[in-house]
Write a protein that binds this ligand. Structure first.
Ligand SMILES: Cc1cc2nc3c(=O)[nH]c(=O)nc-3n(C[C@H](O)[C@H](O)[C@H](O)COP(=O)(O)OP(=O)(O)OC[C@H]3O[C@@H](n4cnc5c(N)ncnc54)[C@H](O)[C@@H]3O)c2cc1C
Length: 349
C-alpha cells in the first residue's frame, strides 16, 4: 500500500496554486490500490478527496481535513467493435496525452478537446467539453467503484446522465470513484463535423465540414493558447481553474426578463426552448473587463471567464472575494445568477 503522508500542502497539486494542507495524502497506482484506499477510509469514516490533475478545484486555505488520494493509475487498452475503436483508459492517464495519441492514430471524436488539462478519470465528472465537442459524445462506459454499495461496475453513457458541464457524478458527488473510461471513436483521418463557429473560422471551413485530425487539434490549441487556456508555467493567465462560471441556461421567462434588460444580447437558442447566454458577455457588460483585479486575484487578461492567481500568492479567500463581486455585479445588472464550474472544497461562494 502507498505511503500516507501528513500535512501535505495541496496548492502545488492544483492549477490555481491554492489549497492548505491535507490531514493525510496518498497516491494510488493501481485500480485495486485506489479501491482499497477509498474503502478503508470509508470504513474509518474518514472524509476522502479524490484528486486528479487539480485543474477544476478550488481548495480552502485551511486545506482538507481528511484523506486526499491522488489517482496515479496508468494504462490504455484498444479494441474494435462494430467498426469503432474502443479505447479503455485508466483514470490516472493524462487527458491531453490521450487526445494527442487519438489524433496520431486516426481515431476521431475527441480532437476538439485538445489542450484541456487534467486526467482521464475526471472527464466524465463534468462532461468535459470545448469547441463543439464534449465527452458525452464518445463515452461508451465508465468503470466505477460505488462507495455506497462497495461494488465495482460499468455505467453506460445513459447512466452517466450527461448534460452541459454536468453528469450523474456531479449530481451525487463523491459516490463514485472513476476507475477507467471507455471511449468509442471513429476510425477516420478526419475530425468530427466542426460545430463551433470560432473554430470553423480559424480553419477556414463551414460549420459541419470535417478537417484532418491534426489540423483540428492544432487550431484548437492555437485558439486555446490565445485565451490562456493551455497550461503554461510562463503564462500567469493559465494559473486558473479554466472557466470559473458556466454559461447560464435560462428558461423562457428568465430569457425574456434578460432580453428586456439587455436587448440584442448574444444568445444561443437551444433545441429544447432554453436559451444559453455567454457568461463572459454578462461579466464584461456588468463592468468587469479582462485584467480586472481584486487583491491578488485577477480576471485573466485574455479570457473574461477565467479567474486567476497570477503571482501564485493569492489565497482561495481572495479568489472567492473576486468571484463574489463578479457574481453579484452580474446579478445586479442583469438579474442572472452565475454558477461556478470548478468543484469547491471547504469553500463556498
Ligand atoms: C487552463 C484550463 C483550461 C480548462 N479548459 C476546460 C475546457 O475547455 N473544458 C472543460 O470542460 N474544462 C476545462 N477546464 C477544467 C478542467 O481541466 C477539467 O474539468 C478537467 O476534467 C479536470 O480534471 P482534473 O483531473 O484536473 O480534475 P480535478 O480538478 O483533480 O478534480 C475535479 C473533480 O473531479 C473529481 N475527480 C477527479 N478524479 C476523479 C476520479 N477518478 N473519480 C471520481 N472523482 C474524481 C475530484 O474529486 C473533483 O471533484 C480547464 C482548466 C484549466 C486550468
Amino acid at each position: 500500500m502507498a505511503d500516507r503522508l501528513a500535512g501535505v500542502a495541496l496548492a502545488p497539486y492544483t492549477t490555481l496554486r491554492m489549497g492548505g494542507p491535507a490531514r493525510a495524502f496518498t497516491q494510488a497506482r493501481t485500480q485495486d490500490e485506489l479501491i482499497a484506499i477509498v474503502a478503508g477510509a470509508d470504513r474509518e469514516g474518514e472524509p476522502v478527496l479524490v484528486l486528479g490533475g487539480g485543474s477544476n478545484l478550488v481548495i480552502s486555505d485551511d486545506g482538507f481535513d481528511g484523506l486526499v488520494v491522488r489517482v496515479a493509475t496508468r494504462g490504455v487498452e484498444v479494441a474494435s467493435r462494430d467498426g469503432r475503436v474502443l479505447v479503455t483508459v485508466q483514470a490516472g492517464e493524462d487527458w491531453d496525452a490521450l487526445v494527442a495519441r487519438c489524433v496520431a492514430e486516426g481515431w476521431s471524436g475527441v480532437e476538439c478537446l485538445s489542450g484541456i488539462p487534467g486526467l482521464v478519470g475526471s472527464t466524465p465528472i463534468q462532461n468535459v467539453g470545448a469547441y463543439g465537442q464534449d465527452v458525452s459524445q464518445t463515452v461508451a462506459a465508465v468503470r466505477v467503484y460505488d462507495r455506497m454499495t462497495g461494488e465495482v461496475g460499468d455505467l453506460t453513457a445513459a447512466e452517466c446522465g450527461f448534460a452541459y458541464r454536468h453528469s450523474a457524478f456531479k449530481h451525487d458527488p463523491g459516490r463514485h470513484v472513476v476507475l477507467a473510461v471507455t471511449y468509442a471513436l471513429e476510425r477516420s483521418p478526419l475530425s468530427g463535423p466542426v460545430a463551433y463557429r470560432e473554430l470553423a473560422v480559424r480553419l477556414g471551413v463551414e460549420i459541419g465540414e470535417r478537417v484532418p485530425l491534426a489540423e483540428a487539434r492544432e487550431a484548437v490549441l492555437e485558439l486555446r493558447r490565445s485565451k490562456g487556456m493551455v497550461l503554461d508555467p510562463g503564462d500567469p493567465d493559465t494559473r486558473s481553474a479554466g472557466s470559473f462560471f458556466t454559461n447560464p441556461v435560462l428558461g423562457p421567462d428568465e430569457a425574456a426578463a434578460l432580453a428586456s434588460r439587455a436587448p440584442g444580447h448574444p444568445r444561443w437558442d437551444m433545441p429544447d426552448g432554453m436559451v444559453k447566454v455567454p457568461a463572459a458577455w454578462l461579466i464584461e457588460n456588468a463592468g468587469f473587463p479582462k485584467g480586472y483585479e481584486k487583491g491578488r486575484a485577477r480576471i485573466s487578461t485574455k479570457h473574461t471567464l477565467a479567474l486567476t492567481n497570477p503571482t501564485g500568492e493569492a489565497g482561495a479567500d481572495e479568489l472567492l472575494a473576486l468571484a463574489r463581486e463578479v457574481r453579484d455585479g452580474v446579478h445586479e445588472k442583469f438579474g442572472v445568477w452565475l454558477v461556478n464550474e470548478p468543484v469547491f472544497v471547504g469553500v463556498s461562494l
